[in-house]
Design a protein around this ligand. Sequence first.
Ligand code: PLP
Length: 344
Amino acid sequence: MCTTPHPVAQDVFSRYLEKNVGDPGLLPGTIAREAEAIQELGALLSHPAAFGYIVSGGTEANILALWAAKERAKKNGREVIVSEAAHFSFDKAARLLDLELIKVPLTGDYTIDTRAARARITSRTIALIGIAGSTPLGTVDPVTELAALASEHDLYLHVDAAFGGFVIPFARELGRRVAAFDFSIPKVDSITIDPHKMGMSVIPSGGILFRDRKLAESIKVPVPYLAGGETALATIVGTRSGASVLAVWALIRHLGREGYRATVRQCLELTDYLRDRIRAVPSLTLLTDPVLNIVGVASTLVPPEELARRLRAYGWAVSLFSTCLLYTSPSPRDRTRSRMPSSA
Ligand code: PLP
């Protein structure tokens, strides 16, 4: 998920190690750069006026989103609907926030089964989550359909584009067929997008963007002793890396849309190549035609752990997702598929 950071991000990061944006009064310049970086990310996600923060990663971003969802709902319910492909950060968020995750099945294309999601909405439901670039397979949920459900039932809608946020906009520009997922869909309330994944910046750098400033305000905690006693902060961490904020800001300016597009083009071409080579190996099964630059493969010959171990010897690091990929959905949208004995 995380590449070697771009040299520009490394250089900027290493020059500002002491900067702590957890004390906004001390660093107005860095705070202004953060706002500009958020504006750039907002523009990428079809909403330049979005409000948010550069945080420690996708986990923190997802926690903040569910916190905002909980605040919005007041005390009316605590259930959050997400698919089986959700990143485990949602399990953490739910436990921390005393929410209940309702996990619904995947369809044959490994995206959330929106009919199953609809069936699980109750008076206790407060939010729906769409995934734009799932961790196992890079699949993109039908966020437009989720938005319709969210509007109908007045639910919060968060999109986890931690991985896909820096890929999908460019993949679409390059003519790839990828579903809409961002603030162009009116009901989307917040989006996670991680500069330390396909944004090619340094660890730690995640991004949380809210459509409406009020959502971000709702999770702020007053801090009486910093910035002249006039500040309130929303992030989970207190002391926060200004170096990563500046690295994100600088890299976005350095690469521009063209730079990111060129990287995504190369990644997708490599993905196509890998897909075609896997198709040529009889003992390997491609789980789905890759949507983004993540490829899911099952082996009929070698157990996944063994496959991962052997690939590691060649310098390949693969993730194991047996439980998720073993799932077969009862949904009518599902294509008939035999249960996979093993998958990596
Ligand atoms: N969301 C998705 C879709 C992810 O793939 C990941 C990490 O791989 C996360 C959230 C969590 O991100 P982080 O590890 O930066 O906290």
